[in-house]
Design a protein around this ligand. Structure first.
Ligand code: ADP
Length: 732
């Protein structure tokens, strides 16, 4: 028996060799067709298709010759092989360089040698063994030359990810070429040829994936999984082989042993796969394996953090330390939703605020794909459009992709993960790795999205917690305030009365100053108590049709001395045809006084305040909410003061939050309460060091009679209102 084994083995390998050649031919067709079907008709793709066609001819001719033994097929095979240097060098030259200057001299030499060889093959002197050896030598020289070009490019490239891609390519290419070469040499290594063919198939597939610009990291993932499967398959075949060997050849015994083998395999499969997968990932893809673990840990860790700043810092720090991110930032939605403010960042500073109106297209995209917005998707889309055959897409889509990319670049982001709640986007998380545009694999992105979902839950919980805390505080405040106010007010009145009763001239100069202080401070305390009461008292104020412009004119007039004293320039632009709003005029006056006082106090060295009104005909608030069919009047108070930091903005409307030495911290919370009581909302937009805009939006019912023509006509233009307020302004 024994002497027969090598013959069987040889036969088997010859059959296998022919079959693997045919398989390689089929794969060449498949990858070429996939590149054609994708419609990427650039030059490099055309060269790839030609290269695949050349390989197909070579494999197919060899396969047919193997069975038919017709000499013509042998000759076709030799011609196809002789053309390979040209087609392969042309393809690799264009694949590796945009302007293939480096390989030009090799391509020219290949043209000369290949055309010489092909011509020679049609002469009568070619039917001998040295010709075949010569063709084989030329083909393998060309293949190793291609590998050398890949190596040259690998050394030139700076991007770590691109280098990794080329490293893979180089290894697979060298293995395939060397296996085939060794398989062709005389000796016992003929079986290697089959393996060479198989690796070539993988190589072609890898090339086509790179051409179609599939994500590099996904290719790595594929590679990893492929390796795991091969390793598991090998181990299981080993188990099976041992058991079958033990069973011998008797049919009854082998059925029994096949059953046992299958049983063992079934038991071993999962733990073996997990083990091999774990080790492969740790050994070959360590960095990515750790990054994935980090994302997973982070998701679990932030689930226990309620403080949003802390959560932001944990996310940013942990991932920044992983070295897989060069820039990262988190934005939260502003109150009112006109923009998103920067809460934290690592790497170069992105803009402090993203305006929703200015980046409308991007936010439309976020609505469309609320899980992730990837720059590479849009870049790929635009790249496809540059090929003339593909420019069938309407220009609006191209415009859309460009705008999305512009916003991403503005935020220094390659990947933006929104924090979507039910009908709003609560925040944006941006990431970028400068080393490459394709920085994260699909699997990693999926984990980041899961992390984003956890962050969204945290934001929602924290808001709810804040609301509950606020409600509890108000309830306690309400109970305390009435009693407390009386307790304080009565003695205060007595103190002030007593102080006023004393004659300043009779107490001496120093003491009279103290008297003044006593009176001032009792007044201030009284104010705090009043505001305290206002805040805790339920709103029952009467509402009448009210002309907002008129209230604003009166308020600014009231405060004009303060403006003049502080050297503040006031500009008023009131839209003349505002409808009347159902409101309580004294309460709204209080709101505007608060806003204007705050604006004034933010500019101790003078500045500019603008008061504007305008009509918003579209509904405001949520599209399904109570204001669906109403228009709104918008009042803007803009100052050029110190601005408000993002952390202060978060607490602006919280009662008792103040940054002023003598502030009560109740002005804005009361104002917000009043405005909300009118069915409206109050928003803030601010840039530190540049100024602040408060916007009050008040709805009016759509059946409201248009402007109050019979009432005092509001000022129309800037000049007139300024003149009205500051008649002597031009002389200042
Ligand atoms: P108070 O004025 O008594 O401090 P508010 O509730 O009116 O209370 O304001 C709270 C805080 O908001 C202020 O202390 C100030 O820091 C900030 N603030 C409000 N408006 C402005 C503004 N226009 N510019 C800068 N900071 C402001």
């Amino acid at each position: 028996m024994l002497p027969n084994i090598p013959i069987k083995w040889y036969k088997c390998h010859v059959e296998l060799g022919a079959q693997s050649g045919l398989l390689a031919a089929i794969v060449s067709v498949a990858v070429a067709v996939s590149v054609i079907l994708r419609g990427r008709r650039s030059r490099v793709n055309a060269f790839f298709i030609v290269f695949c066609g050349n390989l197909l001819l070579h494999f197919l001719a060899a396969f047919i010759y193997h069975f038919s033994r017709e000499f013509i097929w042998f000759r076709i095979d030799l011609v196809a092989a002789s053309l390979l240097p040209v087609t392969s060098l042309l393809f690799f030259g264009h694949f590796l360089w945009k302007e293939p200057k480096t390989p030009r001299k090799y391509v020219i030499s290949a043209y000369v040698i290949s055309s010489g060889l092909v011509t020679f093959l049609f002469t009568p002197w070619s039917d001998n063994r040295p010709t075949v050896t010569m063709v084989v030598a030329v083909v393998f020289t060309a293949m190793y030359l291609c590998a050398y070009l890949v190596y040259l490019r690998y050394r030139e490239l700076k991007s770590q990810r691109e280098r990794t891609r080329l490293r893979y390519l180089l290894v697979v290419m060298l293995v395939a070429t060397t296996f085939i070469l060794l398989g062709m040499l005389p000796g016992n290594l003929g079986f290697l040829r089959t393996w060479g063919d198989l690796v070539s198939m993988f190589f072609l597939y890898f090339l086509s994936q790179s051409l179609l610009k599939y994500r590099l990291l996904d290719i790595q993932e594929l590679l990893g999984r492929g390796l795991v499967l091969i390793a598991v398959a090998l181990m299981l075949s080993l188990v099976f082989g041992v058991l079958v060997l033990w069973a011998g050849v008797s049919p009854e015994v082998s059925l029994f042993h096949a059953f046992i083998a299958s049983f063992v395999i079934l038991i071993l499969f999962e733990p073996l796969r997990d083990k091999v997968e774990g080790s492969t990932n740790r050994l070959l893809f360590r960095e990515r394996h750790e990054f994935r673990g980090k994302l997973e840990d982070l998701r679990r860790e932030i689930a226990n953090i309620l403080d949003l700043r802390q959560m932001t810092n944990v996310i940013l720090d942990t991932l920044y330390e992983s070295m897989r991110i060069t820039q990262s930032s988190i934005y939260f939605k502003e109150d009112g939703g006109a923009g998103y403010y920067l809460v934290g960042h690592r790497g170069p500073k992105p803009p402090a605020r993203i305006d929703v109106a200015a980046h409308r297209t991007f936010f439309e995209q976020v609505k469309k794909t609320p899980t992730v917005v990837l720059s590479e998707t849009h870049e790929r889309f635009l790249a496809e459009q540059s090929a003339p055959a593909d420019s069938s897409k309407p220009p609006t889509e191209i415009q859309h992709a460009r705008q999305v990319l512009k916003t991403l670049a503005h935020m220094k982001s390659a990947l933006c993960i929104p924090f979507p709640s039910q009908d709003e986007i609560l925040g944006l998380w941006n990431l970028q790795d400068d080393a490459s545009a394709e920085s994260y694999s699909t699997d990693e992105i999926a984990r980041m999205i899961a992390l984003g979902e956890q962050a969204t839950i945290n934001i929602e919980n924290s808001k709810m917690f804040e609301r509950i805390r606020e409600r509890d505080r108000l309830a306690v405040l309400g109970e305390m305030s009435a009693g407390l106010a009386h307790e304080i007010r009565n003695p205060l009145g007595a103190i002030k009365g007593a102080a006023q009763y004393l004659d300043p001239s009779s107490v001496g100069k120093d003491a009279s100053q103290f008297l003044e202080i006593i009176i001032e401070e009792t007044d201030r305390l009284n104010l705090v108590v009043d505001q305290f009461l206002d805040y805790s008292r339920p709103f029952q104020a009467r509402k009448d049709p009210t002309d907002i412009n008129r209230i604003l004119q009166q308020t600014t007039r009231l405060l004009s001395t303060g403006f003049n004293d502080r050297d503040i320039d006031v500009k008023i632009e009131l839209q003349s045809d505002l409808p009347l709003v159902d409101a309580n005029a004294p309460q709204l006056t209080q709101v505007f006084i608060n806003l204007l006082n705050n604006a004034m106090e933010s500019m101790p060295a003078g500045g500019r305040i603008e008061v504007r009104t305008k009509l918003r005909s579209s509904g405001f608030g949520s599209q399904s909410g109570p204001h669906r069919h109403t228009g709104a009047v918008e009042i803007l108070v803009v100052d050029t003061g110190r601005g408000i930091s993002p952390s202060e903005q978060e607490r602006l409307f919280v009662p008792f939050f103040t940054t002023k030495e003598h502030g009560t911290g109740l002005g804005l919370s009361i104002s917000q309460r009043i405005v909300e009581h009118h069915g409206g909302e109050i928003r803030v937009r601010s840039q530190e060091g540049e100024g602040t805009t408060f916007t009050v939006v008040l709805p009016y019912p759509t059946n409201t009679t248009a402007p109050a023509k019979n009432m005092e006509k509001p000022s129309k233009s800037t000049e007139s209102s300024d003149d009205l307020l500051f008649p002597d302004k031009n002389n200042r």
